[in-house]
Ligand binder design. Structure first.
Ligand code: PMV
Length: 332
């Protein structure tokens, strides 16, 4: 171990690290249409997380920040973007704190949320980083303030972000979200089981959002009508989630998926997993997030969840998780 390494180790042992984490999210209804003012429903997804720790490095020149990251998934080509992204989040924090230079430190991000998976990896990393990096400066931020900064970072990422991802990741509650409107919480009744399954193929939210925009620009009325139908599905789903615990929302998931196909943001691999989930007994399924790759979400009977999950893995999903919605204790 060289001198630098041992000095570094000593600092890590003597200076407490500030650490923070943030969950992923699943958009159940309304992605893309939400960018154009339609409602969407999203829930936190805690099976995968982003974590950030900040250590003081007084041995480094002033203003020098070492950034490290370790992200699960096979998306190495996005890693260059990630260091840029972390730099930008740190700049947002420094602007907020009105400092020219962030103190000499080491910032480490680890995340089990694959990049480009439609599970909100950029929002989760930003929220974990904003929380840890502001606490390191001695600042106590409210959730509203963290959300505002995370929205700035999402805008840099997607170009035109609705604010949905950062909101559900910050508040960690199921939300009914309409852009630029006060946040409404969804209070699901009963217990529902969902499977999230990953195609393992990254999609680019920025590209898919741009694709939808050019479709909207060239066929405005037709695209607006797809958005309105997606919005109507989100409203029906909210009604079922909050009032009819025994009526599945699966059909609505599938209808929403068909409209996303029409919008052109699904992919062969996403469609394949949606079909396989329904064939094996899911109530319904759809792609989730920006699309072009990433994950699907399927509603299933609790008793069939393990079997459907195993089937999706054998049908080509790279990962698959079972998650439940409705535990009141967790969401109140
Ligand atoms: O792909 P994700 O996890 O970043 O989700 C994007 C959701 C969109 O509706 C497509 C964009 C947005 O800003 O809401």
């Amino acid at each position: 171990m060289g001198f630098d390494d041992s000095a570094h180790l000593l600092h890590q042992l003597t200076m407490p690290a500030i650490a923070s984490s943030a969950p992923a999210k699943i958009i159940l209804f309304g992605e893309h249409a939400v960018v154009y003012g339609q409602p969407a429903i999203a829930i936190p997804f805690t099976a995968v997380k982003a974590k950030c720790s900040v250590f003081a490095r007084p041995d480094l020149p002033s203003g020098k920040v070492n950034m490290n990251f370790a992200i699960s998934g096979e998306m190495n080509d996005l890693h260059g973007d990630l260091s840029q992204f972390m730099d930008r989040v740190l700049r947002i924090v420094s602007n907020f704190a009105r400092i020219d230079q962030y103190p000499a430190s080491e910032i480490k991000v680890t995340s089990s949320i694959p990049l480009g998976s439609g599970l909100g990896s950029s929002a989760s990393i930003a929220v974990a980083m904003i929380r840890a990096a502001t606490q390191f400066l001695g600042l106590e931020l409210s959730n509203d303030a963290v959300n505002e900064l995370a929205y700035q970072s999402e805008m840099l990422c997607h170009g035109t972000s609705s604010g949905l991802d950062n909101t559900v990741v910050v508040y960690e509650k199921p939300v009914y979200f309409v852009k630029n409107k006060p946040l409404e919480k969804v209070s699901p009744q009963g217990m529902r089981t969902f499977i999230v399954a990953d195609t393992g193929i990254p999609g680019s939210t920025r590209d898919e959002v741009a694709k939808v925009r050019s479709r909207w620009e060239s066929s405005n009325i037709e695209t607006e009508s797809l958005f309105a139908r997606i919005g109507a599905i989100a409203n029906q789903a909210r009604h079922l989630l909050e009032n009819h615990p025994f009526i599945p929302v699966g059909n609505l998931l599938t209808e929403n998926h068909e409209l996303l196909q029409e919008l052109g943001v699904s992919s062969q691999e996403l469609d394949h997993l949606v079909i396989e989930a329904i064939k094996t007994g899911a109530f319904g399924a759809k792609m989730t997030g920006g699309g072009g790759g990433g994950n699907i979400v399927a509603e299933v009977k609790k008793e069939s969840a393990e079997e459907i999950r195993a089937h999706l893995l054998s049908a080509g999903a790279k990962r698959a998780w079972i998650t439940q919605l409705g535990s009141q204790e967790r969401y109140e």
